[in-house]
Design a protein around this ligand. Structure first.
Ligand SMILES: [Fe+2]
Length: 287
């Protein structure tokens, strides 16, 4: 085979060299797309945010899918530590259902080190529920000091001022009567809801509730796995082909906003394209 460009005839050695260089560039690009975590800052305004919570920083960790985490456990911990968060929240699928050893896959180290950085609150994803390690994982989370919120809420207080964090069980549409303790006590506070699945969006904005979240933090969609530049992701579980909610901040009805992380790991699809692992950092602002 001869390749002639501007009267230059490439010999087989040149063609092999060009092939090797192109292959290395493509391999490098795919490697970076799957290992290089994007830390993205979101300044989110709340009209009712108490002064004491101005600048409150939340690191949003989602879909680490141990042992199929995008970056190494130590790199993830270092990145989170670097943000100096006031709070860390995890929106499900910390482990992948195919994992078989929480020590070997880094989950134990991750949980034990994470709580040294700040308080950590987590919800379950579909992978935890379908994992044979579910009970072991739940014990690990609790014994590490991570607070699991399953249709429960907590209140953070600073100088007698308060905000609320709510955690929703997986696959359960949001409803104010679902929670184990009466949500009436948080009706005048800014409310942040953790929900693994963004496709429950209709329930977050529903007129049927008088107490709705102001901000929902979600994951599960893995950014649509393969993203077409300047357009959208191609597929996500529960939303199918060309999913609507794959990453970023969405304005829903009734002044509800939803922030979807692209996640920090892979599941059935072993790699991503144009879709770097994603770690949102939310900074609360007063409007
Ligand atoms: Fe999921």
């Amino acid at each position: 085979m001869k390749l002639i460009i501007n009267n230059y005839m490439a010999n087989p050695t040149d063609l092999i060299l060009i092939g090797v260089i192109c292959g290395a560039i493509i391999a490098g690009y795919i490697y970076l797309q799957n290992e290089w975590v994007e830390v993205e800052k979101y300044k989110i305004g709340f009209p009712n945010l108490p002064k004491s919570f101005e600048g409150f920083k939340i690191v949003h960790v989602s879909d680490t899918q141990f042992p199929y985490n995008a970056s190494s456990t130590r790199n993830l911990l270092a990145l989170i530590r670097k943000q100096k968060p006031d709070l860390i929240v995890m929106t499900g699928d910390m482990i992948d259902r195919r994992g078989r050893d929480l020590v070997e896959d880094g989950t134990v180290e991750f949980c034990r080190e994470l709580v040294k950085i700040s308080e950590v609150y987590a919800i379950t994803g579909n992978h935890e529920y379908t994992s044979p390690l579910y009970e072991e994982w739940k014990n690990l989370v609790k014994s590490s000091g991570i607070c699991l919120l399953i249709n429960e809420h907590v209140i953070f207080e600073k100088n007698n001022e308060k905000i609320a964090l709510l955690g929703l069980d997986v696959d359960v549409p949001f409803h104010e009567d679902l929670f184990r303790t009466d949500l009436n006590e948080v009706k005048d506070m800014p409310r942040i809801l953790l929900s693994h699945k963004p496709n429950l969006n209709k329930s977050f904005e529903s007129d049927k509730n008088s107490i709705r979240p102001h901000l929902v933090l979600s994951g599960h969609a893995h950014g649509g796995q393969f993203r077409v530049p300047f357009w959208r992701g191609l597929y996500s579980p529960d939303q199918g082909v060309l999913p609507k909610y794959t990453f970023g901040l969405y304005q829903l009805k009734n002044n509800v906003r939803m922030l979807v992380s692209r996640g920090l790991g892979n599941s059935s699809f072993p790699f991503r394209l144009n879709n770097r692992p994603h770690m949102p950092v939310i900074i609360l602002k007063r409007l």
